[in-house]
Design a protein around this ligand. Structure first.
Ligand SMILES: Nc1ncnc2c1ncn2[C@@H]1O[C@H](COP(=O)(O)OP(=O)(O)OP(=O)(O)O)[C@@H](O)[C@H]1O
Length: 606
């Protein structure tokens, strides 16, 4: 059974909800509360007047001249009618106010979710916990906070109404009161119990729902449409989706079935109690111990009490459910980044002097047991072009994530001009870099925006966009698009143009060139470029990047050889370091890789 503490828990939720409502719209919070109060006042007045009416009619029937009281009856009926109209109008308008407030609160919650999402650490995104928490926060729905308040108001209203009814019933016969308890309390307990059960089940099922969502996305997304058709995966994926959905459905229905059976049992007990009370009252009336008016009042009022009781049970269990689900929303909103602003950030040098250094850096992803980087020592000096070479999975991208402080090292430190980078403000520090990752973004927006996203602080018409397009080699094909730099990309929206993968990569490169950062980081920037484009890019690379420092990752050693200094990473450790000529002379790993790649070209030359 549920403890009192658990039943009181929704109150703690309210403490967090009111500020959200207040922040979303003060005006509508006040209007909807005011209308609710008016609704309650009219509702209570109607009940009171109904009792008056029964009393007046009963007195009339018992008097010697019944016709004398007709004026009072008509007056009471008229006032009751006016109050009923007032009640209906207030209810209608308070519904409208609640809807308005609901929409505003939903926007406020969305904005808070987005705020937390963009501030969360990258580590959060790269874990199943992120997807679970986000899915649950979304599932909890942005409408919940306003629902809670509405439910609370309805609860107050119905409780007051019920109190009035209880008083009415007590005037008929106080022995009827236990009957109300039987009609309401067990039903409430059952509802609360099953609400909790369903909630616990949904928590356990989050990953399963996500898996189904993922399959649904695979089946319907444009990204997989080609492979899905050619490999004829459609039916296979549909079956897997249907299996998951069937399991979810069966488990959910099993809970609903059990709840229905218990609810029917409880309702049967309540109905039996009601008819016993009716029989008792009818007997008392027939024996002259109770008036006919009271019997009529009982039938009239008890029906109301029953529906009020049902609403009350519904609202209480809804309030409890909302409290549980809002907890999930708050769980997401409470996520705080680990890579946060230091209390007293060190001043960031306007231009670096000595450069960036990795000092004996080790790194392991959170929640894993294997070091992906160990004992890494690496330096990037101002204006120096450094290349990073290594097999798949050797830790190159992880190293970049550390450099940009998307993660912090597990051991060792990274410094900028000798200062540990953890001492700087993360946002300011990250502005030292412009990066193009392997999985760069393809934004459904114009070419101009796709490039300007590299430095959104620049005005919309900045000439830097076109200059960056020239540097990356994107300009040539952009001028052939129907609206040049103002052509929307992706066919997701009207008038969109679709680019080839290599063309997208040139746009992404332009984005990295757009921002005048001190260090430019390119993770496989030419993987999709044709050899001519790659040659052009690196032929005068230093001028292209305005003599800034660069860290370039590439599997193409023809690209790598233009670097000032090369690091060879193997299973997370730096195995070799030096200039191209030095590494060739050493005759180690780099030399072997270079000879393998050069072999085929030599064959052609021969
Ligand atoms: N988010 C993550 N969580 C846990 N492990 C990860 C994560 N990202 C990468 N890894 C692991 O870290 C190791 C290094 O990955 P990384 O992406 O740095 O390699 P890479 O050298 O860039 O490879 P590639 O040449 O294929 O791009 C791999 O074994 C990979 O499985």
């Amino acid at each position: 059974m549920l403890s009192v503490a658990k039943m009181m828990a929704p109150l703690s939720t309210l403490k967090r909800i009111f500020p959200i409502l207040w922040a979303s719209s003060r005006k509508w919070t006040l209007i909807s509360s005011g209308l609710m109060v008016i609704e309650i006042i009219f509702g209570l007045a109607v009940l009171f007047l109904l009792k008056q009416l029964v009393d007046v009619v009963t007195t009339m029937l018992g008097s010697d001249a019944p016709a004398d009281g007709i004026g009072q009856v008509l007056w009471t009926v008229a006032v009751t009618g006016v109050c009923s109209l007032g009640f209906l109008a207030a209810r209608g308008f308070s519904g409208l106010a609640r809807e308005t407030q609901g929409l505003l609160v939903a926007e406020q919650i969305d904005s808070q979710i987005h705020d937390r999402a963009v501030r969360a650490d990258l580590a959060f995104y790269e874990s199943p916990r992120y997807f679970d928490t986000l899915q649950r926060a979304r599932q909890s729905g942005s409408q919940r906070p306003v629902q809670v308040v509405n439910n609370l108001m309805l609860l107050v209203k119905n409780t007051l109404m019920l109190v009035a009814i209880v008083v009415l019933l007590a005037t008929i016969n106080w022995m009827l009161l236990p009957l109300l308890v039987v009609a309401i309390v067990p039903a409430l307990m059952v509802r609360l119990r099953f609400t909790r059960k369903l909630y616990n089940w949904e928590l356990r099922r989050t990953q399963m729902e996500r898996r189904a969502g993922y399959l649904d996305w695979l089946l319907t997304s444009d990204i997989h449409a080609k492979e899905l058709r050619l490999n004829q995966l459609g039916d296979f994926l549909r079956e897997r989706y249907a299996e998951i959905k069937a399991t979810i459905r069966q488990e959910r229905l099993a809970i609903s079935r059990r709840r229905t059976i218990v609810e029917v049992g409880v309702a049967t007990a309540a109905t039996a109690a009601f008819f016993s009370a009716l029989a008792y009252l009818a007997w008392e009336t027939s024996q002259g111990r109770n008036s006919v008016g009271n019997l009529v009042l009982f039938l009239l009022v008890f029906q109301r009490a029953q529906s009020m009781g049902q609403e009350l049970v519904g609202q209480l269990s809804k309030l409890y459910e909302d409290h549980l689900y809002i907890g999930l929303l708050f769980e997401f909103l409470d996520v705080r980044p680990i890579i946060a602003e230091p209390e007293h950030p060190a001043p960031l040098p306007a231009r670096m002097n000595q450069g960036m250094r990795f000092e004996n850096v080790g790194f392991r992803y959170p929640g894993t047991s294997r070091d992906v980087l160990s004992h890494v020592d690496l330096t990037i000096r101002p204006g120096q072009i450094v290349a990073l070479v290594g097999a798949n999975g050797s830790g190159k991208t992880s190293l970049i994530k550390l450099l940009c402080r998307l993660y912090d090292p597990t051991s060792g430190r990274i410094t900028l001009d000798g200062v540990d980078v953890r001492e700087f403000s993360p946002d300011d520090y990250r502005r030292k870099f412009s990066v193009i990752f392997q999985d760069y973004g393809m934004y459904a927006d114009t070419v101009r925006s796709n490039i300007r996203y590299g430095d959104i602080r620049q005005p919309e018409d900045t000439p830097l966009v076109e200059a960056a397009g020239d540097k990356s080699g994107a300009a040539a094909f952009v001028h052939q698009l129907h609206s040049g730099y103002d052509t929307p990309l992706t066919r997701m929206f009207d008038d969109g143009a679709e680019l080839s993968i290599g063309q997208w990569q040139k746009v992404a490169l332009a984005r990295a060139f757009m921002y005048q950062s001190e260090v430019i980081i390119l993770d496989e920037p030419t993987s999709a470029l044709d050899p001519g484009a790659e040659f052009d890019l690196f032929a005068n690379f230093r001028e292209r990047i305005d003599h800034r420092a660069a860290l370039v990752i590439s599997h193409r050693l023809s690209t790598v050889r233009m670097a000032d200094y090369i690091y060879v990473l193997d299973e997370g450790e730096i195995r070799e370091a030096g200039t191209h000529d030095e590494l060739i002379r050493q005759g180690g790993m780099y030399c072997e890789l270079f000879s393998q790649q050069a072999y085929h070209y030599r064959e052609v030359e021969a």
